[in-house]
Design a binder for this molecule. Structure first.
Ligand SMILES: C[S@@+](CC[C@H](N)C(=O)[O-])C[C@H]1O[C@@H](n2cnc3c(N)ncnc32)[C@H](O)[C@@H]1O
Length: 279
């Protein structure tokens, strides 16, 4: 009992310290902006600055403006020839949400799941690695896994994001697939964190349940966590009690709902947390 109280007290203290640190960091960045007299200005043409849309950038690339290129395919001896659409980062706008929000998602999930560099993480539907990049950077090699169905997104991940972020050496295991088939990730692997960021809401409920059933044995007992963003309609559409029963039949239980505020911009996200049930 006393040990539990000490534990709770310590956790509160750590939370408070993190909160204060967070506040200090925010103050620092606000001070830097003020000290430099920075204001949001219209991004217009001025000396040395050439604001362009992605489409204009792509056209400039095609016309070889401002960049030195080897001309002709036979001279293109680069190891990872990269399509122009990726070079102008068109894929950063594929999913509507600000690309920068990936950092917020990482920080929230890492903190909530007590992530360490040794942890093993599986993302369902990692897209163009908006969030995944931050996990890949933090985790030791081969500890980030992902199942993703979209070929263009995977091309963006392999051809542009991993090389440009210097993360190829982390060798994430990213598998193309859409049937919630996890057989290519190995039978013995157990994850500390499994998450789906803006994915389950786009999937048929039936497929989500198939996935959950297959994932239970891959979730570390009992510290491992599954996090699902936005909503859990696959669950609520069944009705609260029915959903709880269905989760229990798989060996899962709903743990809690989180609201996470962004550090970067006026935005928050809702996350639902699940874990393996002990019974
Ligand atoms: C809105 S995007 C989110 C991408 C990424 N999680 C993020 O937060 O930036 C949804 C992603 O889920 C993927 N997806 C949808 N259904 C899928 C399925 N059945 N299997 C694997 N990936 C799927 C899509 O291809 C897309 O990359």
């Amino acid at each position: 009992m006393i040990i539990t109280m000490v534990g709770v007290g310590l956790a509160r203290l750590i939370k408070k310290r993190e909160y204060l640190q967070h506040k200090r960091i925010l103050k620092w960045i606000k001070d830097q902006i003020q000290a430099n007299g920075l204001h949001m200005q219209d991004n217009v043409l001025r000396k040395g600055i050439n604001p362009r849309t992605r489409a204009q950038q792509l056209q400039d690339l095609i016309e070889f403006k401002g960049i030195s290129h080897y001309e002709g395919q036979s001279d293109n001896h680069t190891a990872l020839p990269c399509p122009g659409e990726l070079l102008v980062e068109g894929h950063h706008s594929n999913y509507g949400e600000p690309w920068a929000g990936g950092r917020d998602v990482f920080e929230f999930l890492a903190e909530s799941s007590h992530l360490t560099p040794n942890s093993r993480v599986l993302e369902i539907g990692c897209g163009t690695l908006r969030v995944g990049l931050h996990f890949i950077r933090y985790l030791i090699p081969e500890h980030f896994h992902c199942l993703e169905r979209d070929e263009l997104s995977l091309m963006a991940a392999f051809r542009y994001e991993l090389p440009s972020q210097g993360l190829l050496h982390k060798r994430p295991l990213i598998v193309r697939g859409e049937d919630m088939d996890f057989s290519k990730f190995g039978s013995g692997v157990v994850y500390d964190l499994i998450y789906a960021s803006a994915v389950f809401l786009h999937m048929p409920d039936k497929l989500v349940w198939v996935g959950l059933e297959r994932l239970v044995s891959k979730l570390k007992p009992y510290d491992g966590r599954i996090f699902v963003s936005h909503n859990i309609k696959f669950c609520s559409r069944l009705g609260g009690e029915e959903c709880t029963k269905r989760l229990a039949s798989l060996g899962l239980e709903y743990s809690t709902k989180h609201t996470h505020d962004s550090l970067l911009f006026n935005h928050y996200e809702i996350w639902f947390e699940f874990r393996r049930s002990k019974a």
